[in-house]
Design a protein around this ligand. Structure first.
Ligand SMILES: Cc1cc2nc3c(=O)[nH]c(=O)nc-3n(C[C@H](O)[C@H](O)[C@H](O)COP(=O)(O)OP(=O)(O)OC[C@H]3O[C@@H](n4cnc5c(N)ncnc54)[C@H](O)[C@@H]3O)c2cc1C
Length: 440
């Protein structure tokens, strides 16, 4: 009998667990947080207040892993938009013409997406329990050290003490019958331990404690802060994206989400007060988003996020012990303006489902995203730079194609044509907006 223990019940963890059910007899997810009742943000996932768009690569992988999940998301109020066909986009080079491609995106609140995915996944999650270390040696990881969570953030190890486990539930909310004996001990033995604890993952430290050499890591600042606010607003609106042209990367997006709401994000260095947020939106290269939100009723506070750096950890190049795998944000995070992380999680899980656990396969998916967000150093130089701040027709087309994380050349050309058309025959803001039934 083989047991896989997945650390972290975020999207990457839940989807990796789904994939591993094809390869292990038993799969257990350990999550330090508690899932809320219903689609609500939670403390273990601070980014869930912010705009989360699922790109084409992610949509396809998610549906392949959990057939019917995308239909359920749409039935729950998520919006599907063609990219760029159903989006009003002011790129660095001008307004996009409406061109339909094979690329779609799904816009909804992150809590809704997580809840629908967890319902479909129906895997076992031990909640309120944190991983605090690994057991084993440089050759093999044999298990996970657990601690109880006292305040949702602070992870307290409880060596030698039985009990203290706050709650044990499945993702469907039903209590589990056969897990308590695992959860009560401070170590879970495992044939495979999967680190999916996200951007704040301590896996390199845990591995170092076993004697594993340092994991190679590169961090490239994105230079982008986020400020996000919900508004009441109709779903009959295209996704609206106003891109920056130069640094600082001042841009804004508005996506319709479930519950007749808009999720509006300002990127760059946006202020967090009401007047400043609106003024910032108005000062973008086009005021279309400001015009919309000025008349709309806010549905929550303005929320900041500065944790947006690009970071790649090269677990695949390390001499890892057997029985260990890292996935998701623990391996790669890119500037959120690319909207990649959830798609990377889904595409990685699909590879694991099809091929079995492989750090190399994880790296291949991660690198596709990383190459989009971070430019290689110039000849002779050693500094890498985030690419979102760059602006050229070629890059914009590549970004839109690459952002969808699908390899279809046809789409690339279609999007590129849209860019070139923009240059040859530029649209005014009024012409661009009048391409849609909705009017300013
Ligand atoms: C502002 C912002 C906007 C974003 N927008 C998008 C977007 O539009 N589209 C997109 O695809 N991606 C987006 N992302 C990225 C996306 O949020 C992540 O890639 C995605 O959540 C998958 O990450 P993960 O599951 O690896 O980690 P996380 O989502 O961070 O989940 C990690 C989980 O591990 C748990 N945990 C942590 N420590 C422990 C421990 N010691 N023991 C047990 N459990 C633990 C946490 O509670 C959490 O549930 C955005 C990110 C940010 C910051």
């Amino acid at each position: 009998m083989t047991r896989a223990v997945v650390l972290g019940g975020g999207l990457a963890g839940v989807l990796a667990a789904v994939a591993l059910t094809r390869h292990a007899d038993e799969v257990v997810v350990v999550e330090s947080d508690h899932y809320p009742a219903g689609p609500r943000p939670r403390r273990g996932l601070p980014q869930s207040h912010h705009n989360h768009v699922l790109m084409t690569g992610g949509i396809r992988a998610l549906d392949a892993l959990l057939p019917g999940v995308v239909d359920d998301l749409l039935a729950a109020g998520a919006h599907r938009r063609n990219l760029p066909g159903d989006c009003l986009i002011f790129s660095g080079e001008g307004w996009f013409h409406r061109v339909r491609t094979e690329a779609d995106l799904i816009a909804c609140g992150r809590p809704l997406l997580d809840e629908v995915v967890r319902r479909h996944a129906a895997i076992e999650v031990v909640q309120g329990v944190a991983a605090v270390g690994l057991t084993g040696d440089t050759r093999k990881v044999t298990g996970v050290r657990l601690g109880t969570v006292t305040d949702g953030w602070k992870h307290i190890a409880a060596p030698g003490r039985a009990g203290g486990i706050a709650e044990i539930r499945t993702t469907t909310g039903a209590p589990l019958g056969d897990l308590p004996e695992i959860a009560r001990s401070e170590v879970i033995g495992a044939d495979l331990v999967v680190d999916a604890t996200g951007r704040r993952s301590a896996a390199p430290t845990w591995l170092a404690a076993l004697g594993v050499p340092a994991i190679g890591e590169i961090t490239v600042p994105s230079g982008v802060a986020y400020a996000t606010r919900l508004y009441e607003g109709s779903g009959e609106i295209p996704a609206v994206l106003v891109h920056p042209k130069y640094t600082p990367a001042r841009g804004g997006t508005l996506f319709p989400i479930e519950g007749n709401r808009w999720i509006v994000t300002m990127t760059g260095d946006p202020p967090l007060d009401e007047a400043g947020f609106l003024a910032y939106a108005r000062a973008l290269r086009d005021p279309v988003i400001a015009d919309l939100i000025e008349k709309a009723k806010p549905a929550g506070p303005i929320r900041p996020c500065r944790d947006t750096a690009n970071r790649r950890r090269h677990f695949e190049d390390a001499e890892l012990p057997e029985g260990f795998l890292a996935v998701g944000d623990s391996v790669v995070t890119v500037n959120p303006v690319y909207s990649h992380g959830m798609s990377v999680a889904a595409m990685t899980a699909l590879r694991i489902a099809e091929e079995g656990p492989s750090q190399r396969a994880v790296a291949e998916v991660a690198d596709r995203s990383w190459r989009m967000a971070v430019a290689e150093p110039r000849k002779g130089g050693d500094a890498k730079v985030g690419r979102a701040v760059l602006s050229s027709a070629g890059l914009a087309a590549e970004v839109f194609h690459g952002q969808a994380l699908i390899p279809a050349v046809r789409d690339h050309q279609a999007v590129f044509r849209a860019m070139v058309d923009d240059l040859v025959e530029p649209l005014t803001a009024e012409q661009a907006i009048s391409q849609f039934a909705w009017a300013r």
